[in-house]
Design a binder for this molecule. Structure first.
Ligand SMILES: [Cu+2]
Length: 499
């Protein structure tokens, strides 16, 4: 046989073989993912036991596994509720409904609304208030829940289907009670089939006003700007047309930017220098003036900007040109649009606190989380969904978590029930203001060290807030020893928090 003939034969036999192998591998991965994503029944408090795994990331206290397997003295998440308080009570009702929604650009979308709109109503309370929200489900078949993103609620009020409650079926209701302990910009959204239900509209802003204003807070007015992806449309406060914020020259406007979508949004601010006064609802210490700096806000994150309306005209805050949802503050002439600029970094923004006790803390437990991807799944330490062993802690632990983004795009790392402190980025300690977050935007190749105090016993989800990534496997648990889950995730209960 000539070489040519041989080569031809190789192609005829080899090529189809390779295609068959590749298709086979793809399909089996796909079905593996489906199986993982839709298990029949999983106990999120115990899943490392049923999986027979003890190879917890960085876990040094193996003896605790045995403790954990016995239920003696165990506490149910359902019994961990809000403390009594004499503070004032604020009550709200939210009703979820399926609808065909007509947007102000003429498009009609299949949406889920809360009280008839998406976003749902902005809930505004005061620091210390006892907040009572009754969620009703009109006709959303898969059931719905509400998670209070960034609020340190008691376990039973966290709104995660199959972990802290059952999904609320059509005709049913569920009442959430929590104390709004920390003033700031927060939001709420469904945590049943979150990647579907959030993109269909089950979300809204939650603003906790401070009881007493800090002297450093010089704002004279404020506005909320909630960005969301609804179907193929990008909305700002429910509109496709941008937002006009009134403001007289010299006024200090606190602009609460909320990114409820799945992608990072990079904001330009033109027309005046500004300060970033808070991130994820936590004020920064002595934030400096910024100009020509791009502000990247990851999915789930909130940034509060303080902008002084200039004498001559407007300030324009805008995302990428393709999004075309500008916020204009003040009247008068439009500023020139500046493209490019330096990316904002919190590593050296603001000033450190004089006596920062967190820097003296010696962590009791250390976890190492590598966010990445393999074939069709997004993974943490190479595993996906409930195959990822949980981080297990005890109340009172000082916990250090190292998070690395090893690929697959931006991963906004979100932790329920806690606020964490960012200690370092790529091995460099933060030099400016302390930064406390509930959602950390990680870019490919970055490594962060986070510190948290285990002070809120419960079962807490930890996941990427690109909810599509969460639905593809980048979702795990931070569990307290001795806390049990009375609910189950899976097709049997219909509780599918991250689908
Ligand atoms: Cu991600």
């Amino acid at each position: 046989m000539t070489d040519r003939k041989q080569a031809k034969r190789l192609i005829y036999i080899g090529l189809p073989l390779i295609v068959v192998i590749l298709v086979g591998a793809a399909l089996s991965t796909y079905f593996w993912q489906m199986r993982l994503q839709k298990p029949q029944e999983i106990n999120m408090a115990h899943h490392q036991m049923s999986a027979g795994r003890t190879d917890m990331a960085g876990m040094e206290h193996m003896e605790s596994m045995e403790e954990f397997s016995s239920e003696d003295g165990a506490v149910s998440c359902a019994s961990i509720t809000a403390q009594e308080s004499s503070e004032s009570t604020r009550k709200f009702d939210l009703t979820g409904t399926r609808t065909k929604l007509k947007l102000d650009n003429g498009k009609t979308v299949d949406a889920f609304t809360l009280n008839g709109t998406t976003p749902g109503p902005e809930l505004r309370v005061t620091e210390g208030d006892r907040v009572i929200v009754t969620l009703h489900n009109n006709d959303i078949e898969d059931g719905i829940t509400i998670h209070w993103h960034g609020i340190e609620v008691p376990c039973s009020q966290d709104g995660v289907a199959g972990v802290t409650q059952d999904t609320v079926r059509p005709g049913e209701q569920f009442t959430y009670t929590f104390i709004a302990t920390n003033p700031g910009t927060f939001w709420y959204h469904s945590h049943q089939m979150s990647s579907i239900q959030v993109s269909k509209g089950l979300l809204g802003a939650l603003i906790v006003e401070p009881k007493k204003r800090f002297e450093s807070d010089t704002s004279t007015s404020e506005a909320t700007a909630l960005y969301q992806q609804l179907g193929s449309s990008m909305l700002l406060n429910g509109s496709t047309r941008g937002l006009a914020v009134p403001g007289k020259p010299g006024e200090h406007v606190r602009l609460r930017l909320i990114n409820s979508g799945n992608e990072t949004i990079e904001f330009n601010v033109d027309g005046a220098p500004y300060r970033i006064v808070a991130m994820d609802g936590h004020d920064l210490h002595e934030p400096g003036l910024l100009e020509g700096t791009i502000v990247p806000i990851g999915a789930g994150q909130r940034y509060d900007l303080l902008i002084t309306v200039p004498e001559s005209g407007q300030v324009v805050v805008s995302g990428p040109a393709s999004m075309s949802l500008p916020i204009t503050i003040g009247s008068g002439s439009q500023p020139q649009y500046s493209e490019g600029g330096q990316m904002f970094s919190f590593v050296d923004y603001g000033t450190p606190l004089p006596n920062d006790r967190v820097l003296q803390v010696k962590p009791d437990r250390h976890f190492d989380l590598k966010l990445g991807q393999n074939l069709f799944v997004k993974s943490i330490n190479g595993k996906s969904f409930h195959e990822i062993p949980p981080m297990t802690v005890e109340e009172g632990d000082q916990v250090l978590i190292t998070v690395s983004n090893e690929g697959g795009g931006d991963h906004p790392f979100h932790l329920h029930g806690h606020t964490f402190r960012v200690l370092s980025r790529n091995g460099v300690a933060l030099q400016g203001s302390p930064v406390y977050l509930d959602t950390l935007l990680t870019k490919e190749g970055e490594t962060y060290e986070l510190y948290l105090e285990a002070n809120n016993p419960g079962l807490w989800m930890v996941h990427c807030h690109n909810l599509r990534h969460a639905s593809m496997g980048m979702s795990m648990m931070l569990n307290y020893e001795g806390v049990t889950a009375p609910y189950r995730v899976g097709t049997k209960s219909g509780n599918l928090p991250d689908l």
